[in-house]
Design a protein around this ligand. Structure first.
Ligand code: APR
Length: 247
């Protein structure tokens, strides 16, 4: 599949480009997505592992599941899709990268000021007093780190189902969606709110809406351009075509 020339022309004239990424952009780094047939939620129950109730009813199981995910994520490397977004940041006069991912691969690739709507898996804080926790996490099986300040249980700093998103991150993301000329939805099923609302905000605000995803999603009928390629293939193609045009 080639990249539609009029998308490249629109991008060449764009002043402000905003991007929302989801688990799909990390798939080619070996990190499972959530809702693909072989995704995490096909094997694990999100309500047991990614919710406050799940943590309260079995903190040990939740803690160990995140330790298991951290092991995979710590070994993962950014892929050409992440690196293409680092190029986007250099190409466009104004650029905002919003992610639902907690793996910090965008930062590892060199993207700066990434808006993390769902927190990140590499940091921890106290479930009770919310203080950030920088202590030991690699404890023997059956143990969960305790807060040195209040003795509360330590939890990963990711946003769980039913929890509010960090308000400043969400506001910055909404601002970007309202002001950008082109909005990319990349590697996300566009099903989880409020992140899933951003493409519609962008469209309503007059932005060109582009989806980069090998599969159809609920958003697909509303986009101006559907790039049915993986992000590791599609995004470098867009960068290449843009550089070609600017020659
Ligand atoms: N390139 C681009 N997209 C891909 C690729 C790829 N190589 N592989 C899969 N995808 C697409 C899938 O087609 C799917 O539409 O990525 C999307 C992944 O969707 P989800 O697994 O639902 O992940 P995401 O949209 O990020 O989930 C949103 O849900 O579970 C919560 O908090 C979690 O942040 C997550 C949120």
């Amino acid at each position: 599949m080639h990249i539609p020339p009029n998308l490249i022309e629109a991008l060449a004239e764009a002043n402000y480009v905003a991007v929302l990424t989801g688990a799909g952009i990390s798939a080619e780094s070996g990190i499972k997505t959530f809702r693909d047939p072989d995704g995490l939620w096909a094997k694990f129950n999100p309500m047991e592992l990614a919710s406050i109730d799940g943590f309260m009813s079995n903190p040990q199981r939740v803690w160990e599941w995140y330790q298991y995910r951290r092991e995979i994520i710590n070994k993962a490397q950014p892929n050409p899709g992440h690196y293409a977004l680092v190029e986007f940041e250099k190409i466009f006069p104004q650029f905002t990268l919003i992610t639902q991912n907690v793996d910090r691969l965008h930062q590892k690739a060199g993207s700066s000021n990434v808006i993390e709507l769902h927190g990140n898996i590499l940091e921890n804080h106290c479930f009770s007093c919310k203080e950030p926790y920088h202590g030991e996490t690699d404890l023997p099986e059956g143990h969960i780190p305790r807060c040195p300040i209040c003795g509360g249980m330590i939890r990963p700093s990711v946003v769980w189902f039913g929890e509010a998103l960090p308000i400043d991150a969400l506001e910055q993301a909404e601002q970007a969606a309202m002001e950008c000329d082109v909005f990319f939805s990349i590697g996300t099923s566009a099903e989880v709110y409020p992140a899933a609302n951003l493409p519609y905000v962008a469209k309503r605000s007059g932005a060109i809406l582009v989806e980069v995803n090998p599969n159809p999603t609920v958003l697909s009928p509303y986009v101006d351009y559907k790039i049915s390629l993986s992000s590791a293939v599609g995004l470098p193609k867009i960068v290449e075509a843009l550089k070609e045009l600017k020659k």
